[in-house]
Ligand binder design. Structure first.
Ligand code: BES
Ligand code: ZN
Length: 622
């Protein structure tokens, strides 16, 4: 085993997951000129990178790439070829592209990279038209967070560097192209009349992981003065209803943390294989179709992505070891927005309790109190996708909630949040900068933070050193009903009434099922009794369906296996797919079935999902 001193050091001084050297030279603007080639499933063209030296005597710029073919690199000023070397492929981080700068380059110059992405590109998913809802046109979407941008664009793929971007994207006339940017309209293609060129600009400097593209047969509906929802036409009306609170959420967020600086806030509902619930791509949040519950009960994900417009997209983690700065603050803001819009403080405490429970489950049962339970994990040699968990979200939220109670509650803490955004917007920061600012902001409240064990909160494994005090009045009915079921004997089964469940809010139903999942598995008979009482098999809400299926698998109910497979085959959100596969793996009777199912469906799955399920959840060789 490698000792502490032998462990691989991070790739660059500021980011263990990037080869780039922003201390030497930074990209100040990215200009893309790409063609969407559905036949060859590749993006092909040029990226023009505006560079600014940070030190004199810099002769090279180092970029991140992953499985891209680089045809040539030139000096944009005069078209002269520049020498470059493409390093060895590393399975976690791709390969480094080392470019010799033009000798004429002063402190600034522009280099052009001619390149093509590979069909295996980890950022992109290419769907055949048969894989879409309308089956009319093929579909392309990207997911760059955490470190996949390098597979789509040679760049400094570290959130420590921010730049604006512009793009001209040519694509077949039959499809639309959108990016995480403002749309500047289309123009004719100069050599191919079957194509159109779509133009974009993102003027606010952003980290590379926020560059995004989608292309497909989609349309839009207005849902607010600065918002449209985009999706295939099959879903667009339902989506417009589901997310009709978007403008209210934006205004609530603005009241909390200041003006929305990005102009447009659109939503895109992706095909079912989209691996996340939501992704905060600037000007165009991406969401999973599993949010279309029919009753707006899952729209908190939109509040979350809206909150990222400040926490994450304006104030950004400098590398993914400090991911909690993005996600912890965003969950905190998401719950403030939800509290102000409906439910108030009681609701905020209720979701806080739910968060603590899911943290407990993640830390103890999934991560076994291991190294990724640290709020600030060590990512040397680690792909951030492999370390992804509930921890940055809920340990981060718990810390902020705890600090809020220490300083005297929301009235005292909200001004801090506002000031934090004001102070660091446009920057990429690490936790010590956040903490220094916090201590400075509250310096007059002498001693308020004396009891905080910062070291344990930041670097301790396992649950946090302190549990904040939550009001549990909304959670009580969920816990009560859960305990009644836990303690119920067969003769009690008939005493459960549908209305005990029906009278709960969707949020409480979710919480009730999450609580049941923390208990020892039920017997198949008890599961059958619950089904008889509440008709859970017929519920379409994806969160409830997910928890209920897990209950059934863990109870070893054989008849649930086909339903579980149907669920993981019809949508690809990792939050749902991965735990179901893990549960199926843990039961001998379903283990091989799960493996066979993955093999049978691997081609239609998103690359990232397929890889993580295969290697981490089903323990298959790579
Ligand atoms: N930025 C994340 C999604 C993400 C994280 C993608 C890391 C890739 C790597 C997004 O904002 C998010 O947190 N989504 C959650 C929503 C939830 C917490 C409300 C999700 O996808 O479930
Ligand atoms: Zn998030």
């Amino acid at each position: 085993m490698a000792s502490e001193t032998e462990k691989p050091k991070g790739l660059s001084p500021t980011d263990p997951c990037s080869y780039s050297r922003p201390d030497e030279c930074i990209v100040t603007h990215i200009d893309l000129d790409l063609d969407v080639d559905f036949q060859n499933t590749s993006l092909k063209g040029q990226v023009h990178l505006s560079l600014q030296k940070k030190k004199e005597d810099i002769k090279n710029v180092v970029l991140d790439t992953r499985e891209v073919t680089v045809q040539r690199v030139t000096d944009q000023a005069n078209g002269q070829e520049l020498n470059f070397t493409l390093g060895e492929h590393d399975p976690n981080f791709g390969s480094k592209l080392d470019i010799k700068l033009p000798s004429s380059c002063g402190d600034k110059c522009v280099v052009t990279v001619d390149y093509e992405t590979s069909p295996q590109c980890s950022a992109l998913q290419w769907l055949r038209k048969e894989q879409t809802a309308g089956k009319r046109q093929p579909y392309l979407f990207s997911q760059c967070q955490a470190i996949h941008c390098r597979s789509m664009i040679p760049c400094q793929d570290t959130p420590a560097v921010k730049s604006g971007y512009s793009a001209k994207i040519s694509a077949p006339k039959e499809v639309i192209v959108l990016m995480s940017a403002l749309r500047l309209g289309t123009e004719a293609h100069n050599s191919d009349s079957s194509k159109l060129v779509h133009k974009f600009v993102q003027k606010v400097p952003i980290a590379s992981y926020l560059i995004a593209i989608v292309s497909g047969d989609i349309e839009s509906r207005d849902i607010g003065p600065r918002s449209k929802v985009w999706s295939e036409k099959e879903m667009v009306e339902q989506a417009a209803f589901e997310f009709d609170q978007t403008e209210n959420m934006l205004q609530t967020a603005e009241a909390l943390v200041g003006p929305y600086v990005w102009g447009q806030y659109d939503l895109l509902v992706l095909p079912p294989s989209f691996p996340y619930g939501g992704m905060e791509n600037p000007c165009l949040t991406f969401v999973t179709p599993t949010l279309l519950a029919g009753d707006q009960s899952l729209a908190n994900v939109v509040a979350h992505e809206i909150a990222h417009s400040w926490t994450g997209n304006l104030v950004t983690n400098s590398n993914f070891e400090h991911f909690w700065l993005n996600e912890g603050h965003t969950v905190f803001l998401e719950r403030k927005i939800a509290g102000r819009l409906h439910g108030g403080e009681l609701m905020r405490h209720f979701t806080g309790i739910g968060g603590w429970k899911s943290l407990q489950y993640g830390v103890v049962d999934v991560l076994k109190n291991g190294p990724y339970t640290k709020l600030i994990p060590d990512l040397c040699g680690v792909d951030p996708d492999d370390a992804f968990s509930v921890v940055p979200y809920e340990k981060g939220f718990a810390l902020l909630f705890y600090l809020e109670t220490l300083v005297g509650g929301p009235d005292a803490f909200e001004p801090f949040l506002r000031a934090y955004i004001e102070r660091f917007q446009g920057d990429s920061i690490v936790t010590s900068q956040w903490k220094d600012f916090l201590l400075d902001f509250f310096h007059q409240k002498v001693g308020v933070f004396d009891e905080v064990d910062w070291n344990k909160w930041f670097f301790g494994q396992g649950m946090p050193p302190f549990k904040p005090d939550y009001d549990n009045s909304l959670a009580l009915p969920c816990a009560d009903l859960c305990q009644r079921w836990v303690n119920a004997l067969e003769e009690d089964f008939s005493s459960f009434k549908a209305e005990d469940f029906e009278s709960m809010s969707t949020a409480q139903k979710r919480e009730f099922l999450s609580l049941l999942l923390l208990e020892d598995p039920f017997s198949p008979e008890k599961i059958q009794a619950m089904e008889t009482a509440y008709n859970l098999n017929s519920i379409k809400n994806s969160e409830i369906r997910f928890s209920w299926l897990r209950m059934c698998i863990r109870a070893k109910c054989e008849d649930c296996i086909p339903r579980a497979l149907a669920f993981v085959n019809e949508q690809g959100r990792m939050k749902f797919v991965r735990p179901i596969y893990r549960d199926l793996y843990d039961w001998e009777q379903s283990r091989q079935v799960a493996i066979d199912n993955l093999q049978a469906h691997r081609d239609e799955m998103h690359n990232t999902t397929a890889k993580l399920v295969a290697t981490k959840d089903l323990h298959l060789p790579n």
